[in-house]
Design a protein around this ligand. Structure first.
Ligand code: 13P
Length: 253
């Protein structure tokens, strides 16, 4: 067991609440930034991050309050080249991004991204000075077969580059919980996060931030975020509504 004293979150593990807009949002939706700012007032105790679609990244960054970071939803493994439609990590960094999601299950499933590709993308992010938010998670069939932990740890070993714990973030997003209204119980999620932390090989697992994602909403956020090993949330649908997202942020303390 490598985590810190129960009830005491190390500074390096400040809570992080992130919103992943996926392929949602038009320019008219940027009013979200001012509404969230109005709802929160001053900077909350947690770190706040939003991942809008690439088309809205720059205008969103100019509208959110200074305490909200704006990241990319994906990046290429290469720096530049003949790759129509792709965006490199260094291009995101050039526009001021500090975070990028890699290995989201939707990209693994819909775009056939392997653990090896996710690792290469995450390495590219690190090289560009970004913090990759690397997603892992089991399917319902894998959970039913009692393989959830083995699958997730295998994904962590194969998709996460060797790096100091403070340089990467892992998001545990069980596939069956994404967009379904079903969420892992706080106990189950905490157990998985603890298993990931304990399996972390560099010996600094107590500094590794592990977010939970999958149907997080204002009703279940406090229960999840109060757990020792749950360092934040990666919120999909509920992040599109500023009221819901602000409520989840408040639940993080
Ligand atoms: P939902 O919160 O809509 O289930 O999405 C979770 C997710 O995939 C965040 O990356």
């Amino acid at each position: 067991m490598t985590s810190g004293v129960a009830g005491e979150t190390p500074m390096a593990r400040r809570k992080l609440i992130a919103g992943n807009w996926k392929m949602h949002g038009r320019s008219a939706d940027l009013v979200w930034a001012e509404r969230l700012s109005g709802l929160l007032g001053r900077a909350p105790g947690s770190e706040i991050l939003v991942f809008p679609p690439a088309t809205l990244r720059a205008p969103m960054a100019s509208r959110v309050p200074g305490f909200v970071a704006v990241g990319g939803q994906d990046c290429a493994a290469e720096t530049e080249g003949a790759r129509t439609g792709d965006i490199s990590a260094s291009m995101l960094a050039d526009l001021g991004a500090r975070y990028v999601i890699t290995g989201h299950s939707e990209r693994r499933r819909l775009h056939g991204e392997s653990d090896g590709l996710v690792r290469a993308k995450s390495e590219a992010a690190l090289k560009a000075g970004l913090t990759p938010v690397i997603c892992v998670g089991e399917t319902l069939d894998q959970r039913k077969a009692g393989e959830a932990e083995a699958v997730v740890l295998r994904q962590v070993f194969a998709s996460v580059p060797e790096a100091a714990a403070g340089r990467v973030i892992i998001a545990y997003e069980p596939v069956w919980a994404i967009g379904t209204g079903l969420h892992a119980s706080p106990e189950d999620a905490d157990r998985m996060h603890r298993a990931i932390r304990e399996a972390w090989r560099s010996g600094d697992g107590d500094q590794l931030r592990i977010l939970y994602g999958g149907s997080v909403n204002p009703g279940n956020a406090a229960g999840l975020l109060s757990r020792e090993h749950i360092d934040g949330a990666l919120v999909g649908g509920a992040s599109l509504d500023p009221d819901s997202f602000a409520a989840i942020i408040r639940a993080g303390g």
